[in-house]
Write a protein that binds this ligand. Structure first.
Ligand code: COA
Length: 193
């Protein structure tokens, strides 16, 4: 008889001396998953894993991505408990015929890391995106996030491009003299006009 739910599969967990059979399911996120995903993200995306203000985990990340692209929001469940998720979207750039698949957030709870769940979440999302015409996958992560970098390298990601974030304190900005554009201009001979 065919499997009633092909997305569910049995996995064997090796806890040292004990082996346990568990049921893993990777499926599309549903509205009832929002709180679990949000709290899981809160646990994983702390100021250490996501130290820049550019990327902040909050409830709007989950709700807006789910609202925009629910088909690109997947959860991993083991024995009916949410243990991981992936949230993505697609981007089309002006003057580019290519569609990009952007992996915005990917997380697996520490107890379930290195069991292949992150990989399965990514593969399922990748297949959906390919079906929808995506030609390139994109992801960004902290340069210091070695596990994530190793993970994405293993999935085949390459060509890392460095990006530098600068900050400016408003007080410093206000203390700096500001000259209107062209108000004082040096002439070619060095004199100011
Ligand atoms: C990145 C992350 C999602 C990986 O999930 P995972 O379920 O542990 O990944 P997998 O088990 O599928 O690992 C696949 C491969 O990635 C590499 N990898 C994953 N975690 C690694 C680690 N901590 N150190 C070195 N390599 C690692 C390995 O090559 C691994 O294959 P292997 O176990 O056969 O050696 C997980 O570490 C995580 O949730 N990190 C915190 C959140 C985060 O940084 N997210 C990414 C940016 S949004």
């Amino acid at each position: 008889m065919p499997d009633a739910n092909p997305d569910k599969r049995a996995i064997t967990v090796d806890n040292g001396s004990k082996k346990r059979e568990s049921e893993l399911e990777i499926r599309e996120m549903e509205i009832d998953d929002l709180p679990a995903v949000f709290h899981l993200g809160e646990r994983i995306f702390t100021s250490e894993t996501v130290p820049t203000l550019y990327r902040t985990w909050d409830e709007f990340e989950v709700t807006s991505l789910y609202n925009e692209d629910p088909e690109y929001c997947l959860v991993a469940e083991v024995d009916d408990a949410t243990v991981g998720f992936i949230l993505g979207t697609t981007v089309t750039k002006t003057r580019s015929a290519w569609k990009y698949g952007y992996i915005v957030w990917l997380a697996v709870v520490p107890e379930w890391q290195r069991e292949g769940l992150g990989s399965r979440l990514f593969d399922k999302l990748a297949e959906k995106m390919i079906d929808d015409g995506v030609r390139i996958f994109m992801v960004d992560t902290e340069a210091s996030n070695d596990p994530a970098l190793e993970f994405f390298k293993k999935k085949g990601f390459g060509n890392p491009e460095e990006q530098i974030y600068l900050t400016l304190n408003v007080k410093t900005y206000q203390e700096k003299p500001h000259r209107g554009r062209g108000s004082r201009r040096k002439q070619k001979n060095g004199n100011e006009t």
